[in-house]
Every structure is written in structure tokens, then in C-alpha cells.
Design a protein around this ligand. Structure first.
Ligand SMILES: Cc1cc2nc3c(=O)[nH]c(=O)nc-3n(C[C@H](O)[C@H](O)[C@H](O)COP(=O)(O)OP(=O)(O)OC[C@H]3O[C@@H](n4cnc5c(N)ncnc54)[C@H](O)[C@@H]3O)c2cc1C
Length: 503
């Protein structure tokens, strides 16, 4: 049995942020995640480090939190934040009244705005719709959610924190009415680990109610599914938002070599039963195309969905539900932390750890807003040309990932999953969506004797199934042509269907 002080359930931005904060305040902890880090909403989001502009009119408290955290994160997380700046563009027909409210609300909150003529906006982003009436510049940024989680976990690991990924918490151990630990099942081996702690933190996002129920508690949530599409090019260097009340398809965010556009908002019951609807993809492309016309011809390489864990509300439109967060003390050693945004994860963690310090009757101030994230120098960072400099043996041409960096991740983590390599290097995240590099990465694992031939074929098959679930909504034009080529390679040359029979 493992003993620690604090057990964190969930390795999204919130859980990883809590682990970092606990580490910096000297509190032993153990984080348990059922997938890889950022496997939930964190890895399925736009990666917009909000300036607060989006919520300025409807949710000023959340907007102010976003603005303050944006200022902190751009300072402490230089290597995972790209200071793109953002534009709110007003198209013909968009309400002038909303524009006035937007400017006034930003002003009240302290979000700096700069009104630009359409000519000036087009100079900044030439791909914009030339018909825009005007644009308002705000300090939006682009943030890499995978790097963000890994960097937070780096501090935890450096200070002796424990973490188990691919371990699902299946039971909360209780004694005399108090939660004293968890049982977590290793997805690879089926082994059950028992971990005991004085305080348990449920940071499991959309799964928070399911986890709380293991201790006989409840977390009232509204689950809101959002979908996103990815283009094979970076169509804009700035974040582009539509200047209107939040609606479908009104944000485009550049991320490294690609762009993410979205999103939608649909109520769901089960965070594990997600599917992207073709209609959502059509809506996003249509709306994004109104801001950047080239979007209509751009090659869409993937579509995917995530679930926002929103605080329970009677409001019918989940867009109107507050993006604020809440800490629930279940009064039995279990706390749940829900709501919020990726942008506000650090603040959420700070408040959660303040509550833990109180419960332990300990005093040590939070340092996460002042200390730069550990380990940033090891990350490739921007721009892509930096990666090109140390390229010898390239495994992933789209994202310039070398064999050396893949070998390093395998050595460090012992992983058997290509997805873990992707999250740490961006392998397979470019236009071919892993079509040409996955079998190479599996070959490296085989060379390094991490996987047997049989296991690598099995992994390849699972990967192809997952990959197809994402790209099936983007199958037209060049993407369809490339997909056919990839299909010939996998089914024709590598005979993947036949290998099913052999193994
Ligand atoms: C489509 C979409 C776009 C978004 N865009 C943005 C954006 O651009 N900017 C922004 O600031 N916010 C954005 N958000 C919101 C943001 O993604 C979330 O608020 C944030 O990521 C939530 O983080 P979390 O750590 O609380 O939850 P999650 O990231 O969902 O993490 C919870 C983790 O708990 C794990 N877990 C669940 N059950 C168990 C168990 N039994 N055992 C072990 N582990 C378990 C899950 O696997 C998961 O990894 C977006 C959300 C969506 C859905």
C-alpha cells in the first residue's frame, strides 16, 4: 500500500496544477489519471488562453479571472504560451449595440482593447474576410494544453510527487465515514493499487459526479459537449473571435503549424459516450469561413469533441452558464473542484491547495504565480525551425519529430502508447494525422524491445481505429485523397486486415 498526504484524482490541467502547487508548498501527494495527462477536456480544447474578452459581457467575474491568469501564464509559461494577440471581428449585420457593451465591459474589467479599422485588421491578418466592419484587439494567446500539464507535473515529480497514468480510480476507501484512500486499476496489467491519503481531491472534470458517487457524494454538473475541427495550415497568426454573443463556430486559434476552430455546445449525459456530429463540423466550417473565407477551402484534418464540466444551472443554453469554478468540501475528507476554464486552472489549484493547507492547519503561501514552470528549456517550443536545427532522423515530417526525441520519451516513460509520444512531441498531430509516422514510432518501440511484434501490430490497429473516429468527419478533397493513400498503405502493403486473422 502507498501512503501520502493528498490524493488527486484526474490529470487534466486542474489536477496537474494542484500537483504543482502542492509540490511547491512541500505537501506529499499522488496524482492518478485513467488515461494520459490531458486525456479529458484539457486535451480536447481550443488552447485559447483567454484574455477574458469572450466572457466580458456575460460573465464578468470569470472574465476578470481569465485576464489575470492570462497575464500570469504568459509570464511563467513562456514556452507553452504563444503571445498571438486576438481580434474580435465585427461582420456586416453583427450588432453595434453588442460592440458597445463589449467595449464597456472590457473597460470595467480592465481588459485592454484597441479598435482597429478593417484595413488595419487586414494588415495584421491578411486572410480575414475583407468585408469586416472593424476589429477589436485584445490580449488573447494560444496555449499548448499538453505541454502545460507536463510542465506542471515536472515540478511535482522533481519534488518527489507520485503519479500514475492509465490507472482508473474504481473505489474510494472509507473508514468511520471518512475517505482515507482509493483503489486504482492499472489499465495495462489489471493490477489494483491501494493508495491512502489524508485528503482526496476529485479533479476529474466531467467525471466528477461519477467519482464523487464512489464515496456516496454528489457533484451537480451540467455536461456540455463542444466540438472542434483542425486545419492542415496555420491560417492566421492571431486568435480570431466573432464580435457577437457566444455562439457556434466563433473562435479560430492558431496552434503551431495548424489552426483549431470551434466550437459547439450541446448538453450530454455521459462523458464517455461522445461523438462528433457531421452537422457540427458543417456549422463550424461555415461560421469560421465567415471570418476567414479560406476556411471553406482549407483541408480539415480532424474533428473531435470534449466535455465541459460546468456548474449545474437551470439555464437552458449551456453557453449562459458561468465559467466560474467551485470547490465542494464533502465534509468527509473528499473535496471536488469543478467548473472553470483551462485558462484559470492555476487559480483553481491555488484556491484548492489553500483549502488543503487550512485543513492541515499549515501555513505556506502559494508560489505558482511567481515561479516559472520547470522544465521549459527541454521543450521544443516555437518556432518549428528550432526543431529543424537538430533534425537527423525524422520520424514525423509534418511536425518535425526526430527519432532521437521519440527514443528519449520512450526511455523516460517506458510508454507502450503512441498517443503518449504524440502528447509529448506532437508526433502525428500534423496533416497526415499519424498516417506515416505511427508505424515508424511503433517500429522504434519494437527495436527498443518495449513491444513485441504482435503487440505493436495490436497497438497499430487500435491507433488506426481511434484515428479514423477523428478523421471520418473530414473526408473530402485532399484529405480524402490522402486518406485513401494511407488506407492502401495500411490495408494493402501492411495487410492490416490480414494480420487480424493471423494474430
Ligand atoms: C471543445 C472545448 C473547447 C474548450 N476551449 C477552451 C479554451 O480554448 N480555453 C480555455 O481556457 N478553456 C477551454 N475549454 C474548457 C477547458 O477545456 C476545461 O475547463 C478544462 O480543461 C477542464 O480541466 P479539468 O482538469 O478540470 O478536467 P479534464 O481535463 O477533463 O480532466 C479530468 C481528468 O480526470 C480523469 N478521470 C476521470 N475519471 C477518472 C477516474 N475514475 N480515475 C482517474 N482519472 C479519472 C480524466 O481522464 C481526465 O483526464 C474548452 C472545453 C471544451 C470541451
Amino acid at each position: 500500500m502507498i501512503k501520502t498526504d493528498v490524493i488527486i484524482i484526474g490529470g487534466g490541467a486542474t489536477g496537474c496544477g494542484i500537483a504543482r502547487d502542492l509540490a511547491l508548498r512541500g505537501i506529499p501527494h499522488c496524482l492518478i489519471e485513467k488515461g494520459d495527462f490531458a486525456a479529458g477536456a484539457t486535451g480536447a480544447c481550443h488552447g485559447l488562453l483567454h484574455s477574458g474578452g469572450r466572457y466580458a459581457v456575460s460573465d464578468p467575474v470569470a472574465a476578470k479571472e481569465c485576464f489575470d491568469e492570462n497575464m500570469i501564464l504568459r509570464r511563467i509559461g513562456e514556452k507553452c504560451v504563444e503571445r498571438t494577440g486576438g481580434l474580435f471581428v465585427r461582420l456586416p449585420g453583427d450588432s453595434k449595440l453588442f460592440r458597445e457593451r463589449f467595449l464597456r465591459s472590457c473597460d470595467d474589467i480592465g481588459i485592454p482593447t484597441d479598435i482597429l479599422s478593417s484595413t488595419k485588421a487586414l494588415e495584421l491578418v491578411p486572410s480575414l474576410n475583407p468585408d469586416i466592419e472593424e476589429a477589436i484587439r485584445v490580449p488573447d494567446c494560444s496555449i499548448d494544453p499538453f505541454r502545460l500539464c507536463l510542465l506542471n507535473m515536472k515540478t511535482s515529480q522533481m519534488k518527489g510527487g507520485l503519479s500514475f497514468i492509465r490507472h482508473r480510480v474504481t473505489e474510494i476507501v472509507q473508514s468511520h465515514g471518512r475517505c482515507i484512500g482509493v483503489k486504482a486499476t492499472d489499465a495495462a496489467t489489471g493490477e489494483v493499487k491501494e493508495i491512502h491519503g489524508n485528503i482526496l481531491v476529485n479533479a476529474s472534470g466531467a467525471w466528477a459526479d461519477l467519482v464523487a458517487r464512489l464515496a456516496g457524494c454528489e457533484v451537480p454538473l451540467t455536461l456540455s459537449k463542444g466540438s472542434l475541427v483542425i486545419t492542415n495550415h496555420r491560417l492566421t497568426d492571431m486568435v480570431i473571435n466573432r464580435l457577437r454573443p457566444s455562439s457556434d463556430g466563433d473562435i479560430i486559434v492558431p496552434n503551431e503549424a495548424v489552426c483549431l476552430a470551434g466550437t459547439t455546445s450541446l448538453a450530454v449525459d455521459d462523458p464517455d459516450a461522445l461523438s462528433t456530429q457531421s452537422a457540427e463540423v458543417d456549422t463550424i466550417i461555415g461560421e469560421a469561413g465567415r471570418m476567414i473565407p479560406h476556411f471553406n477551402q482549407a483541408r480539415i484534418i480532424r474533428a473531435f469533441s470534449g466535455v465541459r464540466p460546468l456548474l449545474k444551472s437551470q439555464k437552458l443554453d449551456s453557453r449562459e452558464i458561468s465559467r466560474g469554478f467551485q470547490i465542494i468540501d464533502h465534509q468527509n475528507g473528499l473535496y471536488s473542484i469543478v467548473g472553470g476554464k483551462l485558462t484559470t486552472f492555476r487559480l483553481m489549484a491555488e484556491k484548492m491547495v489553500d483549502a488543503i493547507m487550512n485543513a492541515f492547519n499549515l501555513k505556506r503561501d502559494c508560489e505558482t504565480a511567481d515561479q516559472p514552470l520547470d522544465g521549459q528549456e527541454e521543450l521544443s517550443g516555437y518556432p518549428l525551425s528550432k526543431r529543424l536545427a537538430d533534425m537527423k532522423n525524422i520520424l514525423c515530417e509534418c511536425e518535425l519529430v526526430s527519432r532521437g526525441s521519440v527514443e528519449k520519451i520512450i526511455q523516460e516513460t517506458g510508454t507502450r502508447h503512441v498517443g503518449d509520444i504524440s502528447h509529448r512531441t506532437r508526433l502525428g498531430m500534423g496533416p497526415c494525422q499519424g498516417g506515416f509516422c505511427t508505424f515508424r514510432a511503433l517500429g522504434v518501440m519494437h527495436d527498443m524491445e518495449i513491444l513485441t511484434a504482435r503487440q505493436s501490430v495490436q497497438s497499430l490497429r487500435e491507433f488506426l481505429q481511434r484515428r479514423f473516429r477523428g478523421i471520418r468527419y473530414a473526408l473530402w478533397g485532399d484529405q480524402l485523397r490522402e486518406e485513401q493513400l494511407v488506407e492502401y498503405i495500411y490495408l494493402g502493403i501492411l495487410a492490416m486486415e490480414k494480420t487480424r486473422e493471423r494474430h
